[in-house]
Ligand binder design. Structure first.
Ligand SMILES: CC(=O)SCCNC(=O)CCNC(=O)[C@H](O)C(C)(C)COP(=O)(O)OP(=O)(O)OC[C@H]1O[C@@H](n2cnc3c(N)ncnc32)[C@H](O)[C@@H]1OP(=O)(O)O
Ligand SMILES: CC(=O)C(=O)O
Ligand SMILES: [Mg+2]
Length: 357
């Protein structure tokens, strides 16, 4: 572990100074595309401004014989595209033990490092993986003459990564956030599922038998396979001042269950999720933006709480310092999203609390 005094020093001579706070830029939807797929690549310019993050994926879902093409395609797209103010460019590099990760980082940072906001690192096992990427990025940033540091996002998709989640979050000032990697995590944990994210009908609880009749009608309710993992991720991220994300939902056709999973994650504290297909973009943006009703309520509580201390009654409910803090989370998120999303700005403006008197 680095000493507290050294933590925010660059790890290479000439590298930019690390940030002391992760920028709170909207990232409700991280839209994945394969830069080696001409059809998807052609859609990138049209997606700018409609998603918070465009992510050029180089890892899983890109065929082994297309890895170099994907990397080169991303360089080309980054150079040719104006991402504007409201869309960031991220990448997911190949795993650190793969034959491609070193060239991914070297090429991307030196060729398009000034355009790249965040590097997503898959299959992170512990702080040692982040330390490796941290130092290498610093060396490459210095070589490329970059003036702002590239941030790092880890995917939690191994049991060891989960166990080490707190130290991963705190391993570097570059750490921007974590995403759940339910597919690889399920495999690594030897879970008996065959899906990319989402629930499972077999994972349920059943009401007790009535009068001991175990064969009788008994209601069941499907449970969330990912509750523990996401809650743990959220706590680790909050503790270290970085951002948690849901991750992929692989059943593209099941937009209803997709929305449910996204909403659970939003309510538990996640700031965003991935979209794998254009149909998931609108779902993610809607779910990870607070509703106009919640914003209106939060603003009423803020107004009613005056200096923020004490207790008041509002619509039959007690509000105090702690509920005020929750409301401030909603109000601040609404204000931040309004800065880059004109439709939301208009929606939330209509909920402004009129001044008393
Ligand atoms: C577990 C993990 O690691 S998850 C992360 C890795 N996986 C990914 O990144 C997957 C990304 N998504 C995809 O590869 C694709 O969306 C697939 C394979 C799931 C489905 O692709 P298709 O069968 O082509 O879907 P579909 O026919 O509905 O596509 C409709 C159009 O949207 C395009 N499209 C599909 N996905 C995307 C995307 N992510 N970005 C941009 N355009 C897309 C298609 O090219 C197609 O274009 P066209 O109308 O010009 O023909
Ligand atoms: C997100 C990812 O990579 C996984 O679920 O395995
Ligand atoms: Mg994976």
């Amino acid at each position: 572990m680095r000493s507290a005094k050294d933590f925010f020093r660059p790890l290479a001579v000439g590298a930019p100074t690390p940030l002391t706070q992760v920028p709170a830029r909207p990232s409700r939807v991280i839209h994945f595309f394969d830069p080696s797929n001409p059809k998807m690549a052609a859609k990138v310019p049209g997606l700018v401004g409609t998603v918070d993050v465009l992510l050029g994926n180089l890892e899983d879902a890109v065929k082994a014989d297309r890895k170099e093409a994907a990397r080169a395609g991303l360089v080309e797209i980054a150079r040719a595209t104006d991402f504007g103010q409201s869309t960031q460019l991220w990448t997911r590099i190949n795993a650190l033990d793969s034959p491609w990760a070193l060239d991914d980082l070297t090429t991307l940072v030196t060729e398009i490092g000034d355009t790249l906001d965040v590097v997503m690192v898959p299959k992170v096992q512990g702080a040692e993986d982040i330390h490796y990427v941290d130092r290498l990025l610093a060396q490459l940033e210095a070589k490329a003459g970059l003036t702002r540091p590239i941030l790092v996002h880890a995917i939690l998709e191994t049991a060891r990564g989960m166990v080490n989640v707190e130290e991963i979050c705190g391993a570097s000032p570059r750490m921007q956030g974590l995403s759940l990697g339910p597919a690889d995590l399920a495999a690594d944990r030897r879970m008996k599922t065959t899906r990319v994210g989402g629930g499972h009908p077999g994972y349920l609880v059943r009401t007790d038998p009535v009068d001991g009749d175990v064969q009788g009608e008994r209601a069941t309710a499907q449970q969330d396979l990912w509750h523990y993992t996401i809650a743990r991720m959220v706590d680790a991220c909050a503790m270290h001042g970085i951002y948690p994300y849901y991750g992929p939902f692989g059943d593209i056709q099941d937009v209803v269950a997709c929305e449910d999973q996204f909403r659970n994650a939003f309510l538990l504290g996640c700031v965003g999720t991935w979209s794998l297909h254009p149909v998931q973009i609108e779902i993610a943006k809607r779910v990870f933006s607070p509703s106009a009703q919640d914003v209106a309520h939060a603003r009423r509580v803020v107004a009613a709480m005056g200096d923020g201390t004490g207790a008041v009654m509002l619509d039959g409910r007690m509000e105090d310092d702690a509920s005020l803090k929750q409301c401030l989370v909603i109000v601040e998120l609404a204000e931040r999203l309004s800065q880059t999303d004109p439709a939301l700005a208009e929606l939330y403006a209509a909920t402004t609390v009129p001044e008393e008197g």
